[in-house]
Design a protein around this ligand. Structure first.
Ligand SMILES: Nc1ncnc2c1ncn2[C@@H]1O[C@H](COP(=O)(O)OP(=O)(O)O)[C@@H](O)[C@H]1O
Ligand SMILES: N[C@@H](CCC(=O)OP(=O)(O)O)C(=O)O
Length: 266
């Protein structure tokens, strides 16, 4: 399948990683947030259903407290996320308001999705928000999500959350915004001769081998989690594009079928 199917997408999930929201110096990437708000608001005005899955709560929490190193202790990370989520949503609310676009917040944990009744409720809540012309902004409820033996609340990473939300909302497309132009045949931050892969139609063991870990001090999922997310997308016969969060306005090129990033589709 080539990229023709992208042109028919009407409900789109955009997942943006921490590395696209926080600059290397720890400050907020206001340019990217503004590009994101402008692009998503204008698409919403044109009739697309838009859902934003955002990382960055921990990264913004570090910024708010003036810390430059992520603590190793889980409860400390959860506290940072709780502090950062407030500021992250405040920034989104103000920046989207510049384009007359209202937003809402959904904080999810894995058990909500795992249990049929709460999953159904989350799906209906999402549907109601979209029907009001609002852009839901979704993150993991990091402040309370920690895995116990018999109660799995953590998603693990927001790449997985992005795929789960795409399936929950029965969206047509997941656009994954990262700090890299797409999936390469090896880690381009390590190998100069790495080549960008244009299309992936199956997640094979061979392909999983080319995926390495996070590329910045802020990233969590790395490429491995993105390919794991793509498996969930393929399982539900949906499509995904992985591209660079530094060129958010190229989302328009993506949904018109232009060759941007790596296309994951069968
Ligand atoms: N084969 C690969 N192709 C592209 N990027 C890769 C690959 N293997 C590892 N990476 C790393 O994955 C990083 C993107 O994942 P991550 O750091 O989690 O960012 P984010 O979650 O913010 O999108 C890239 O910066 C790159 O360093
Ligand atoms: N829920 C966490 C996101 C964890 C995560 O997956 O981050 P990333 O790899 O930057 O997408 C936060 O908001 O910091």
């Amino acid at each position: 399948m080539n990229r023709e199917k992208l042109k028919t997408a009407k409900r789109i999930v955009i997942k943006i990683g921490t590395s696209s929201l926080i600059l290397a110096n720890g400050q907020i990437n206001l340019k990217n947030m503004d590009d994101l708000a402008f692009t998503l608001s204008s698409l919403r005005n044109e009739g697309y259903d838009i859902i934003l899955v955002t990382s960055g709560a921990i990264g913004v929490g570090l910024n708010v407290l003036g810390m430059d190193k992520r603590p190793s202790e889980i409860a400390q990370q959860q506290a940072l996320a709780s502090i950062g989520q407030v500021e992250l949503m405040s920034l989104y609310n103000h920046i989207f308001a510049r384009y007359q676009q209202k937003v809402s917040q959904l904080l999810l944990t894995n058990d909500v999705i795992e249990y049929p009744e709460s999953r159904q409720n989350a799906s209906m809540s999402l549907q109601a928000i979209l029907s009001m012309g609002i852009i839901p902004i979704i993150n993991e409820n990091d402040a309370v999500s920690v895995d116990e033996m018999d109660h799995k609340t953590k998603f693990g990473d927001n790449d997985r959350l992005g795929a789960i939300v795409t399936n929950l909302a029965d969206a047509d497309l997941l656009i994954m915004l990262s700090d890299i132009d797409g999936l390469y045949d090896k880690n381009p931050n390590i190998f100069d001769d790495a080549k960008l892969i244009d299309t992936v139609s199956e997640i094979t063991d061979e392909l999983m081998k080319v995926a390495g870990g996070a590329g910045s001090r802020f990233g969590t999922g790395g490429m491995t989690s993105k390919l794991e997310a793509a498996k969930l997308i393929f399982d539900n016969d949906k499509q995904m594009v992985l591209t660079n969060g530094a060129r958010i306005r190229e989302i328009r090129d993506i949904i018109s079928g232009k060759k941007k990033g790596t296309y994951f589709g069968q």
